[in-house]
Structure formats: structure tokens, C-alpha cells
Design a protein around this ligand. Structure first.
Ligand code: GAR
Length: 207
């Protein structure tokens, strides 16, 4: 964070928005070292847009275009423009279910982060909690990482462990991982906003 200025976040999400809510509500009004300048979604009726509007945060549906898993050549510049016009310092992916590549990552180089519901590099991709349960690992969790050109492959910033219990179903495990996400994501973003982060290649440390 630069001398008294709050880090301006642009949050992208496709779903219910519980991570957005955790980030938005983590600190008493005005105390957070960051502010949410914009929320954007590729899903017109996503819960995240509603939660943002309830909190007075500008919230936009931006049509993703013709592809299923990424933004097309019209949508990608539209997302970049919206985030730049909102003077966003960092892009926070909170359940944004499209892969961001090339032009987008160049526009926000080293300034895009994501939360993933497993201990990466185990179980990248979709329904990571289900992958962990099916595999039979005894611990899983969540990971905050920088976004690079690969799928869930960028440098790891922070992780939180969640034990898997014998009685767990996919739903109960996902719920406990989400509880961990709601602690880890705001804490990690706050540390980054306060400048308490050192990056040396793939090694990332926050205090
Ligand atoms: C979160 O659990 C997040 O880890 C996951 O989507 C969920 C969004 O929930 N993201 C991914 O799986 C990305 N690969 P939310 O809308 O309630 O924040």
C-alpha cells in the first residue's frame, strides 16, 4: 500500500459470492487496507452481483462471449477496460469460472490472484474438493495464488489446511473448505495491501 492509499480491488466472480462477502465484510467500515472498486461477473444473475449492489459496490455483468471456458475477443478487452476505468490495482478472482490468458494477464501483469479449493499443486481444475475426497487424501484445504498462463499453476501466496473426516460428503467438505477460504482470502489480501509480501521467483512470503 502506498502512503495512506487503499489498494483498489476489482473482484471477478461467477457464483454466489461468499468469498466476495468475506473480503467486503472482513473489517469494520473504513478499516480495511483495501477497497473494492468494482465487481464484475460473466453470469447475469450471479449472487456476487447482488451482494455487491447491497454494499454499494459498482457491479456489472459483462457478457463473456461465445466460448464456454474463456472470454472471447470482444469480452476480454471489455473486462480489461472496466477494471482499468475503475483504477483497479489488483484483480481478485473469487469463483470466476473462466480461464484468463494473454491480453488480460499482460494488462495486469503480476496483479491477478485467485483462490482455489485445494492444496495446490494437488487437484487443480474443477470441483477440487470432490477430487480430494475421491482420491482419499486425509488433508486438503485452500490456496491463494498468483494467476499465470496455466490452470491453477501460478506462485502460491498462502494456504490453509482442512482435514478430511470419515463422515464427509462432497457438500460437507466443500462447506468446511469455504469456511477456510473466508478466513484466508481477506487476511492474505490485507497483508498484500499493507505491502507485507516478498516475491522471489516462485517463492512468495507474506507477514
Ligand atoms: C470457491 O470455493 C472457490 O474456491 C472456487 O469457487 C468457489 C466460489 O464460491 N473456485 C474455483 O474452483 C476456481 N478454480 P463463492 O462464489 O461463494 O465465493
Amino acid at each position: 500500500m502506498i502512503a495512506g492509499n487503499k489498494l483498489r480491488l476489482g473482484v471477478l466472480g461467477s457464483g454466489k459470492g461468499s468469498n466476495f462477502k468475506a473480503i467486503a465484510d472482513a473489517f469494520p467500515a473504513g478499516d480495511a487496507p483495501y477497497e473494492i472498486a468494482l465487481v464484475a461477473s460473466d453470469v447475469a444473475d450471479a449472487g456476487i452481483l447482488q451482494l455487491a449492489r447491497e454494499r454499494g459496490v459498482p457491479a456489472h455483468f459483462i457478457a463473456p462471449g461465445k466460448f464456454r471456458t474463456k472470454l472471447d475477443e470482444v469480452a476480454e478487452p471489455a473486462y480489461i477496460r472496466a477494471l482499468q476505468e475503475a483504477r483497479v490495482d489488483m484483480v481478485v478472482l473469487a469463483g470466476f469460472m473462466r480461464i484468463l490468458k494473454g491480453e488480460f494477464l499482460r494488462a495486469f501483469s503480476g496483479r491477478v490472484i485467485n483462490i482455489h479449493p485445494s492444496l495446490l499443486p494437488s487437484f487443480p481444475g474443477l470441483e477440487a474438493w470432490k477430487q480430494a475426497l475421491d482420491y482419499g487424501v486425509k488433508f486438503t484445504g485452500c490456496t491463494v495464488h498468483f494467476v499465470d498462463q496455466g490452470v491453477d499453476s501460478g506462485p502460491i501466496i498462502a494456504q490453509q489446511v482442512v482435514p478430511i473426516l470419515e463422515k464427509d460428503t462432497a457438500a460437507t467438505l466443500h462447506a468446511r473448505i469455504q469456511e477456510a477460504e473466508h478466513e484466508l482470502y481477506p487476511t492474505t489480501i490485507a497483508r498484500m495491501a499493507r505491502g507485507r509480501i516478498r516475491v522471489v521467483g516462485r517463492q512468495v512470503w507474506t507477514e
